[in-house]
Design a protein around this ligand. Sequence first.
Ligand code: GLC
Length: 547
Amino acid sequence: MANFKDKVIYQIYVKSFSDSNGDGLGDLRGIIGKLDYLQSLGVDYLWLTPFFRSPMNDNGYDVADYLAVDPVFGSMGDVETLIAEAGRRGLALMFDMVFNHTSTGHEWFQKALAGDPNYLDYYIFRDGAPDVPPTNWQSKFGGSAWEYVPHLKKWYLHLFDKTQADLNWDNPAVREALKNVIRFWKAKGVQGFRFDVANLISKPALFEDDDTGDGRRFYTDGPHVHEYLKELVVDTGIGDMVTVGEMSSTSLDNCIRYTTEKELSMVFSFHHLKVDYKNGDKWELQPVDFGAFKRLFHDWQLGMQQAGGWNALFLCNHDQPRAVSRFGDDKRYWKQSAKMLAACTHLMRGTPYIFQGEELGVTNAGYTDISQYRDVESQNYYRIMLENGKPKEEALETLRQRSRDNGRTPMQWDGSPNAGFTDGTPWIQPPENYRAINVAAALQDPDSILHFYKSLIRLRKENPLISDGKIEFLYPDETRLLAYRRFLGAESLFVFNNLSGKEICLDGVRTDSCEKVLGNYPEVSNREGKLLLRPYETLACRLDAVR
Ligand code: GLC
């Protein structure tokens, strides 16, 4: 496996990063124009969200041709230039492989619709009557997971939108076709891959109703998932690249297997990003349960460490609200809390991901009207919430906190109109605070969140203890304090993260022995010689001991 432990990965949501031609959509040339910025940040890999030919019902996660660039994003020549220009700056590219499903616009699905038996077997079709879906499974975007095709008298499975048909991985021809996609991009010089909902690819042999849930227990970490992933990686020779699987509702045991059995370098798991869901329901608001947040990091960090597995570390991506608005305080302690959340994740054991704009402390979008939203999931659930009797204002507040569009607003480059993202009309509006929160302003401010990110990245590069060291957790009972020790050989680094807007005084830590390595307040503070953590303080330091 490649050495990915000292690497930092930057996620680019292509549609919202930088628009080079004024059509209001980000594109590949836009990214090329920003490579110097990315290089100066110090990151190693750029993960690009899908830019392949697509009808864009799910912003490119509905792929109609894995080997073609969608014209709205550019051309194959642009991809080649991007790979070459990135390479000249020491940046490697990771592409996003959406292999659980294709768009119904894909040639394979179109052939299936035309009745070609070879291609019917590329997907999961079941015979049935028009009003009785094969099972009661629910789509992750709302409604039934089955769609009826009248002329075929068959239903097909779609775990996401009805234009995203699930592939039949039990068919060897499907697995081979997908391997060819990897081989194609590998030959172009791509050095890593992210696999979309990688743990949903293997479906059960028997399809049955789920009387206790939405069906996910039948296909999550499904029967052949480990075998299929291993086969894909081995047969395409990408075992020495950086690979990450997005794992929906997964388990620790499975993630240990994904990352220790020659399947993937690391995994995204999401349990720590459900700690504000009421009874597991994303569309029911509840304040963040910091106890659970802390416990999940504790269990996953130690569980993976003990088994030799490896985590992807992240709080943001294109499907999540912005971390500073969710776990921090994006008003009174905006800067402090954004830095604290960064240090908290980057200094745990695993490979950190930065989602575009996170390094600036970008906040949630703050939309006030449904017409401002673009995401298919947000639109579906807005309708469902209203149908279920939720008052409009409450539904809008739920979207303000939960919509995936919070993570999809245009990158904030400067204080000019549309945040410098486009000269045209942006496909989605930036948050109004972009005039203060943007790259140009952050570069001017020596104390900016951006500069703090650079320090964190540098620290990882200079200090093997952060990339290779072990972790143990401290203060298990302080709900709003995430504290841990990283250690390697005789060296230790203590990290204290105050997850609250209140002061916390640590009895067991004497500041006279404390040597600050990194923090978000200028000086270490103490009360009667004991460490005092101020609101949202993060402090990484060397210490004699914690008692
Ligand atoms: C993943 C992607 C998300 C997409 C879904 C279906 O969760 O991150 O954006 O909608 O898969 O492909």
